[in-house]
Ligand binder design. Sequence first.
Ligand code: FBP
Length: 309
Amino acid sequence: MAISEPVRRILEGFDGERPGTKAKLASLLMHGRLAGTGKLMILPVDQGFEHGPARSFAMNPAAYHPQYLFQLAIDARLSALAGPVGLLGACADRLAGEVPLILKANSADSLAQEHDQAVTATVRDALELGCAAIGYTIYPGADRQYEMFEEVRDGIAEARANGLAAMIWAYPRGGALAHEDETALDIVAYAAHIAALLGAHIIKVKLPTERIAQHEAQDAYAGRNWRSLETRVAHVMQAAFAGKRIVVFSGGPLADQRELVEQVRAIARGGGHGSIVGRNSFQRTHDEALALLDEIAGVYGAAEKRVQA
Ligand code: FBP
């Protein structure tokens, strides 16, 4: 596999990393419609765990079936499918090699009140499933954040020792954070930075708002205009080791296609590495999802059509 120049530059940002882990990052960056562009489009499907099955799949019941979700990622020629061990295990053997996999190795449900995640899979599971990476959620700000950081530290160390890449879903919440603080610019940038410091190669955050939540950070953010999403994305990239870590932005709840594509344009202009779009993919019909993902891929510079002539 020849590595494109944009991907080579991204990999240089990981100099000092183990060759096996860098090769896994290269395999993600060189797969699918966005292969070689330096951008990623990932389908995450852990919402059944996080939000419950009906809230996740009732809108498009085909999506209750793991094979539908695999096939969607394959048909859209996405960079990867991310999900918990049971979901990946349901189809990984039959569809081995058709789409790179990221094992979501911790999970939470919305039945609990505490902001915490249980470790629900191991590095061994990721290796057996043929995954390129293992992923964990952290909740910076939560009362149990330090235990989560320690669990993730152990998981990432083991993943790297076994030649896997590591991804962190960095979602501030809980503790003293008000709901609107979770997506405040300073808080999202802080969460991305913590994820980079914990050793994540790929970091997932929500799109930041203009809000600055921390009183102590007001001065540091004063005197700049944060009105454009592009500028805010660029700041989050800065917080991720000056753009040396791969940062992808989440899709969020089902939204209008035009609005989503506008957000993707801002992510691209701000130097973000791509999108991780779950509900907005599998809560649409298969054809509508492909149309949306095609348009997003076009914004990120996909060179070829999804279905080759
Ligand atoms: P979406 O594109 O559906 O927002 O998926 C991204 C994701 O990170 C999922 O992996 C996760 O289940 C979900 O968001 C969590 O969303 P929330 O924090 O809003 O519960």
